[in-house]
Design a protein around this ligand. Sequence first.
Ligand code: PMP
Ligand code: GLU
Length: 397
Amino acid sequence: MDFLSARVESLAVSQTLAMSQKSGELRSQGIDVINLSVGEPDFHTPDHIKEAAKRAIDENFSFYSPVPGYMSLREAIAAKLSRENGLNFSPAQIVVGNGAKQALCNVILSTVNPGDEVVIPTPAWVSYVEMVKLAEGKSVTVPSGIESNFKVTPAQLEAAITPRTKMILLCSPSNPTGSVYTRDELQALVDVIAKYPDVIVLSDEIYEHINYTGEFTSMASFPEIADRTVIINGVSKAYAMTGWRIGYCAAPLAIAKAVSKLQGQYTSGASSIAQKAAEAAYNGSQECVAEMCAAFRRRRDLVVKLAAEIPGFKVNEPMGAFYLFPEVSGVLGKKFGDKVIATSGDLAMYLLEEAHVATVDGAAFCAPGYIRFSYATSDENLTEAMARIKAAVEKLK
Ligand code: PMP
Ligand code: GLU
């Protein structure tokens, strides 16, 4: 008997999570694997945020929270959007969910009809295409490569838009490439989008604060498209809070209401304690954010230098997030014994088995021929991982 829905059977397993799980399994067998697969800060959540969560427990924040989140948290987010991004969102336009992941999926399920097209510049984070699939929409990918620092041009974007386009899904700073569009580059994309007034812009800004360019421009700050732009953000990356599961969408009111209705039927409000912690993150000192960003930048410099020394790897200098996305076609076709490393997936598997370094195949991000390293780990781990990868690649003939 076939118990499973066609919907779930059509989904791919999240490769970022799968590689991380695999490296955990090898570790539990005593193998010293260095995990550069999953993307999450290795820092602990700052103390003032943890204290707020402990207080929330003692103060009995143990009941259901309102579906879109506590008003005090939504006010803190609205204040953040005003203070840091110059945006004017009311708490009614903000819906808090279980991480940016749920916030994204909520918006896609609330707006995309079967057959609608969602334009996604690639390489793109693993879950976008799968979420669009869940909504029975159709992803239209717009490819870019290392030669353009993984940025798409306005002409490419325009060529992908059709009368069926419902949404454009952007992510800057980007997972998996670390690319950051400048304000001028975004303006050029906005000039195209402005011509298509029925298209929603979904802007994943989760890496806003891990940004080495010194400037961040929210897509909602362009007046031409502000009334149809939805921002996704959350505390996972900026405040080292991946496990707390708090993210949000800030959206036009009608979309926020729809998202809240949807969330009210399948998960309710997010964890009460985690919401109080997130509130402290937004209202407290932002020094911790700058400190973590400085550490990521130092690691970026280290990993770029070391990865560039690996034969057959082409690297660029990512300007944000905590990923490096080397182009590895120079290695493909080579052999280890009689095993051919034909694809970037073969290479990721070879690196796991031979070098004991977990990475993610670029194909998971719609970019075969690349692999992703997360450099959110210690200098020692990065130095050792790059040395192991170099030695393993040098063994290929
Ligand atoms: N968007 C991108 C681009 C991400 O890399 C992640 C991290 N998994 C998310 C969204 C989801 O983040 P969260 O932990 O808040 O669900
Ligand atoms: N954003 C991280 C990554 O891409 C977390 C894992 C996930 O949710 O995909 O590795």
